[in-house]
Design a protein around this ligand. Structure first.
Ligand code: PLP
Length: 406
């Protein structure tokens, strides 16, 4: 057989393996040192007990004649879909039908799988820096041209930096698809409803699609920042929205997510307009046999009153860590962003050094691990990401150590 040349052409190893290798090398050369990790964006708090009980009850039920289920519905358990619609959408005045919501094992699965709905020559825009999965999945499908000097020749980059206040510019030419992620990974920044509306209006005018990744929406505070792109008028004509239980409820190891594909969202097939809802359902039917039943029952419990209360305790805990990072680092004079509506704090490196140089400085001098901005795209150069997904004790100590390195 011949391999997929586009996968073979992907650059280097995955960012977090590069980081792990550097840390391993440091530890083998410096035995006995302990490293504080604020690098990878994985949660650290245990599951809410109420949610874990629902998970266990459903699993035990599988050992009984009444509780046993075989293949779950491919699109998701109707009770879970109804709970999502009620909690995330109807309660905020957003009208969706339940068959516009699809359950999956992860937002990563969905944000990478959705590109299968696009034609091979689709032109795609990404905010830059960006969650690498959107770029990699389009590159693997052969849509992004060649990788030259850290950039894909056929991708449209929307630089999102301190210079433009982390508000991405509109594409300077027509594109078919724009990926937006808010609250943003890696910058931790958000867009207001008005700023988001600029993209929705542009997409409507230009027959473009927005893939909106809302994986971190649980971290939004107050009423100013939209929790869903569908709070913007007309977004249900042009946007698909992906959400996840991973960061909301600590499901990174449990695996459950949901994606909204409104029926009004359409794409062209020659002269015909085709609904993406039906296409996505058709694709899932062929590629997926649904998500584990106990997992979906655990996810449903997140939206019960007690489940939500317990889940919020973890969010509050991480928010406090983000505040510790901000409160400790801002007085050093560093330019520090994000952290208010997101579990990520994004720094401009001191003295204009690269993110990787800052990574090495922190690892070698004070044994703190973060993520160099270069790993998220060309406009991440000279930035650095710290996560709030740690214990309070580690966060307090790591923040002090980083501050001592400025
Ligand atoms: N989307 C963004 C922006 C992320 O940062 C992550 C994980 O870090 C994901 C999606 C993955 O979500 P899931 O665990 O549901 O696959």
């Amino acid at each position: 057989m011949r391999i997929n040349q586009f996968i073979a052409a992907l650059p280097g190893s995955y960012l977090f393996s590069d980081i792990a290798q550097r840390v391993d090398r440091y530890l083998s050369e410096n035995p006995g040192k302990s490293v504080l990790r604020l690098g990878i964006g994985d949660v650290t708090r245990p599951l809410a007990p109420y949610v874990a009980n629902a998970f266990a009850d459903a699993a035990r039920g599988m050992a009984t004649a009444e509780g046993f289920c075989g293949y779950p519905p491919g699109d998701g358990e109707p009770d879970l879909i109804e709970a999502i619609n009620r909690h995330d959408y109807r309660s905020r005045g957003i009208k969706l039908e339940n068959d516009e919501i699809f359950i999956s094992d992860g937002a990563k699965t969905d944000v990478s799988g959705l590109q299968e709905l696009f034609s091979a020559d689709t032109l795609v825009a990404f905010t830059d820096p960006v969650y690498p999965v959107y770029v990699d999945s389009n590159a693997m499908a052969g849509r992004l041209g060649e990788y030259v000097d850290g950039r894909w020749t056929r991708a449209v980059y929307l630089p999102t930096t301190a210079e433009n206040g982390f508000v991405p510019p509109l594409p300077d030419k027509r594109v078919d698809v724009i990926y937006l992620c808010y609250p943003n990974n890696p910058t931790g920044t958000v867009l207001t409803k008005e700023q988001l509306k600029v993209f929705v209006d542009w997409a409507r005018k230009n027959e473009a699609l927005i893939i909106y990744d809302a994986a971190y929406k649980a971290f939004i505070q107050g009423d100013e920042i939209p929790l869903s792109i569908y709070e913007v008028e007309g977004a249900d004509e042009v946007a698909i929205e992906c959400s996840s239980f991973s960061k909301t409820a600590g499901f990174t190891g449990v695996r459950c997510a949901y994606t909204v594909v409104p029926k009004k969202v359409k794409g062209r097939n020659g002269d015909q307009w085709v609904g993406l809802n039906g296409l996505w359902r058709r694709r899932l039917g062929s590629k997926c046999n649904g998500v584990s039943y106990p997992v979906q029952m655990a996810a449903k419990a997140v939206f019960d009153e007690e489940g939500w209360r317990q889940v919020q305790e973890n969010i509050v805990y991480y928010r406090n860590n983000a505040k510790v990072l901000l409160d400790t680092l801002k007085p050093t004079g560093l330019s520090v962003f994000g952290g208010e509506h997101a579990p990520y704090v994004w720094l401009k490196t001191p003295e204009g050094i690269s993110g990787w140089e800052f990574f090495d400085r922190l690892l070698n001098k004070v044994q703190v691990v973060g993520t160099p901005g270069e790993g998220f795209g060309p406009s991440g150069a000279g930035y650095f990401r710290l996560t709030a997904f740690s214990t309070l004790e580690t966060t307090v100590e790591a923040a002090k150590r980083v501050a001592s390195c400025i």
